[in-house]
Every structure is written in structure tokens, then in C-alpha cells.
Ligand binder design. Structure first.
Ligand code: UTP
Length: 296
């Protein structure tokens, strides 16, 4: 089986839930503590062995392209001032020439369409898709867990997470054929079902390893739920064609940084996880909670 060496990062969405901030700042550049969301995604991809990074971008996202470029003036200043630790941090964000590619999605027609925009940059091999607004804190990075499982079973794999029934309508939900523990084989996928129609409590999260067949399905795709071209539909078609779609129950904590509540939760969790901040920050949070309680 070919190893997964390319990842697509769809970052062309409008990010309307964060307006007005996203009027001029791409959502993926928003920071958890001091690192943009996209940096967490890139680090996770590297840990999983990804060598080629394909961004599907859009108008207004140039800050993203600049973020991965070298910053000679900034580097020189830090060097002159002897700020070597900061210089190291800065240089770790640079991407080598040719390692990163940008494709343009000229209309936000949905996640499936965004992935399809990268079709010419993929060969006949499996590829990963990472949604940077799903941030996953894990001892072993989520995509690495999936790449290892994929090396054993192949096919199409989506990250899966248990959600409470009332949350099903916010996710693509899996209909399970066989539960094998961390891996489940899938007999159906339903995009944003009502509580009554949800086939299980396993939701699809923004990490995928897909076969070129899914890209071929996207070539033929028509608009699905909400008038958008859904990636879920193109993956679900493979259940019928090849019966090789799996869900992977990853180990880790996922934060929905595409929503305000999820972003704030991640900020608190990542802030508390930082050694240099945790003391002062947890004291502050405890004080806040005590004041709130006293006022109730
Ligand atoms: P979301 O559903 O979170 O949409 O997209 P969004 O536009 O980013 O945010 P809201 O809902 O308006 O607040 C999930 C992922 O798919 C990408 C987004 O950039 C995000 O990473 N996406 C979505 C595209 O690249 N193109 C699209 O047409 C839609």
C-alpha cells in the first residue's frame, strides 16, 4: 500500500461565525495562546509523515501564505538582539520551497468542492485532509494514529468521536456495520441528521485519509445538503462501490475552534497546558469562578 505523504488543508471557508474578526483575518490565523490554528494542523501533519502540504485558499487569505514564508527583517532583528530562542521559534514556522502549494477555490461551494480543487496536485495515492479548525490535543497526534491504522487496513478512513444525541444535527454521523474497537466499518453516513434519524452517536471529525476514488466521485458531484458539495457524499459513495469506509475512534480531546465556545475552551485548555502560564492563569480562572459564584 502507498504511504500517505500529501495532505490537503481546506482553508477557503468564509468563517462567518467569527465575524467581524474574519472580515480581514483568516480564521486559521487566529491564535491559541501564541500559535495560529494552522500551525497546530501543520505540526500534526508532519508528525504523521506528511511531506507535501496543499492549501485550498480564497480571496482574503494572503496572511496565511505570508505566515509560512521566511521573514528576513524579523529574523535579522532577532539575530542582532541575540534573541535566539525567539529566532528558533520563528524559523520553525518556515516551510521549504516546494513543500507547500496553494490552490484557489474561487467560490465557497463547500468542503467537498474545496478538496476537489486540489485534484491536479494528487497522484494515484491515498491522501489526508485536515480541517484546521478541529484542533485535537493528543499524546500521539490524531493523524499519526490514523496513518498507522490505515497502513493495516487501507481504504477510506474518517476520524470519529462520540457525541451526545442532541449534537448529531451538527455533524456527519456514521452508520456502523461492524464495531472492531478503535476501528469501525461503516455502512452509511448521514450529514447533519435529526436526533431521530441519527444512525449512531459516532460523528465525523475533521481528519480524513481518502483514496483517489473519492476524488473521482467529487468530479461527478452534485450539490448536497445546504446546496454545497459535501465531502461526506463522495466518501459515502465508496461504501457502495468498494465497501472500504472506516471510522477511527481517535484518542485525544477535540476542540471545535470553528465555533466561539469551542475556541474559548481550547484557549483555556492550551493556556493551562503551558508551563510558563499555568500558575498565573489557573489562579486567575479560579478567582473568576469564585467571584461569579459569590455574585449568584
Ligand atoms: P466550515 O463549515 O467551518 O465553514 O468549514 P467556514 O466557512 O470555515 O466557517 P463558518 O461556518 O462560516 O463560520 C470547514 C472547513 O472547510 C473549509 C473551511 O475553511 C474550514 O476549514 N471550507 C469550507 C472550504 O475550504 N471551502 C468551502 O467552500 C467551505
Amino acid at each position: 500500500m502507498k504511504r500517505v505523504s500529501k495532505a490537503i488543508f481546506p482553508v477557503a471557508g468564509l468563517g462567518t461565525r467569527f465575524l467581524p474578526a474574519t472580515k480581514s483575518i483568516p480564521k486559521e490565523i487566529m491564535t491559541l495562546v501564541d500559535r495560529p490554528l494552522i500551525q497546530y494542523a501543520i505540526d500534526e501533519a508532519r508528525a504523521a509523515g506528511i511531506k507535501e502540504f496543499i492549501f485550498v485558499t480564497a480571496r482574503g487569505k494572503s496572511a496565511l501564505e505570508d505566515y509560512f514564508d521566511v521573514a528576513p527583517e524579523l529574523e535579522n532583528t532577532l539575530r542582532k538582539k541575540g534573541k535566539n530562542e525567539l529566532l528558533k521559534t520563528l524559523k520553525s514556522t518556515n516551510m521549504d520551497s516546494g513543500e507547500i502549494a496553494y490552490m484557489r477555490q474561487n467560490k465557497a461551494l463547500g468542503l467537498g468542492h474545496a478538496v476537489w480543487c486540489a485534484r491536479r496536485l494528487l497522484g494515484n495515492e491515498p491522501f489526508a485532509v485536515i480541517l484546521p479548525d478541529d484542533v485535537i490535543a493528543a499524546e500521539k497526534p490524531c493523524l499519526q494514529q490514523m496513518v498507522e491504522a490505515h497502513a493495516e487496513i487501507g481504504g477510506n478512513m474518517v476520524a470519529a468521536m462520540e457525541v451526545p444525541p442532541e449534537m448529531a444535527s451538527s455533524y456527519g454521523m456514521l452508520d456502523i456495520k461492524e464495531d472492531m474497537g478503535s476501528v469501525v466499518s461503516v455502512k452509511g453516513m448521514v450529514e447533519k441528521p435529526t436526533v431521530a434519524d441519527a444512525p449512531s452517536n459516532l460523528a465525523v471529525i475533521g481528519r480524513y485519509i481518502l483514496t483517489p476514488d473519492v476524488m473521482r466521485n467529487l468530479n461527478k458531484a452534485k450539490s448536497g445538503a445546504g446546496g454545497e458539495i459535501q465531502l461526506t457524499d463522495a466518501i459515502a459513495a465508496e461504501i457502495e462501490n468498494s465497501d472500504n469506509v472506516y471510522g477511527y475512534r481517535f484518542r485525544g480531546q477535540r476542540y471545535d475552534c470553528g465555533s466561539k465556545a469551542g475556541f474559548l475552551q481550547a484557549t483555556v485548555a492550551f493556556g493551562l497546558a503551558r508551563e510558563e502560564l499555568s500558575g498565573e492563569f489557573s489562579q486567575f480562572l479560579e478567582g473568576m469562578m469564585a467571584t461569579r459564584k459569590a455574585a449568584q
